[in-house]
Design a binder for this molecule. Sequence first.
Ligand code: XMP
Length: 317
Amino acid sequence: DWTSDQFVEATVADLQKKLGDDKVVMALSGGVDSTVAAILIHKAIGKNLHCIFVDNGLLRKGEFEQVLDSYKHMGLNIKGVDAKEKFYTALAGLTDPEAKRKAIGKTFIDVFDEESHLLTDVKWLGQGTIYPDIIESVSVKGPSVTIKSHHNVGGLPEKMKLKIVEPLNTLFKDEVRLVGKTLGIDPNILGRHPFPGPGLGIRILGDITADKVRILQEVDSIFIGGLREHGLYDKVWQAGAMLLPVQSVGVMGDERTYERVVSLRAVTSTDGMTADWAHLPYEFLATVSSDIINKVKGVNRVVYDISSKPPATIEWE
Ligand code: XMP
């Protein structure tokens, strides 16, 4: 029978044998898979694992600093790279969802490539690929293929001639969490909702600007913070907010306003392939809605998405 203790012991021994004194470079995302994979490899080869965490300017509010801090606490050899402006420049004026994904993916590869070349003698590329990623990449619709190219930083291995090491590629998500627990990783990190590689870039419908990112970060932070405060965070699979390319009329005092609309999205699911909208309590939605409208300048209307997948998707783009 599979146990996470045995898995950790056997995998660390395998990695030591396979990697020897070689250097490994790896991009971390703050997500569960890449974190668990990195800690496993780190346990095997220590400082020979070089991690890179890129701020693409599309992360949640405060996420870059928080995640970087927690990686440092875990003892990882990690470099945070602020590439916000590069991403905003690459995205300027783009409105098509796939064009935005491509621009984000390409910019990511450029940044990662540049950073990796600052390291000498790297032989391996570490990745947090899990078993369902492998199955998913050969099935369904377009965006999944794109997902792979982001997750697995497609194109890099050929270009850099790196061999790939992916210690979690036989595991399912729940097994990854168990392994993470065995490795002593913070439960807050292991329990994190999935978050797409292109981040808020695909939750700002239409073109992306730093100002829109700031607005959406505030909205998202109130929503996610509210879910945590009300004990609802662990009851949903994934949650977030979409900034719609729509303005609506509102009223404040004697003034008419004409401002942005945001849609909140929270779903229940077991694998993200199908999902139902989360039946969040009305009182909670009321609190979050008035918090958002009162605190976030530029937003005067909040709606809640009650579509299930299929036929809708979890993200709006
Ligand atoms: P959809 O919107 O297709 O999303 O129902 C299913 C899951 O995949 C995530 N997602 C992505 N993840 N790059 C990623 O890394 C992407 O381009 C991407 N698009 C969707 C989504 O957040 C959900 O967890």
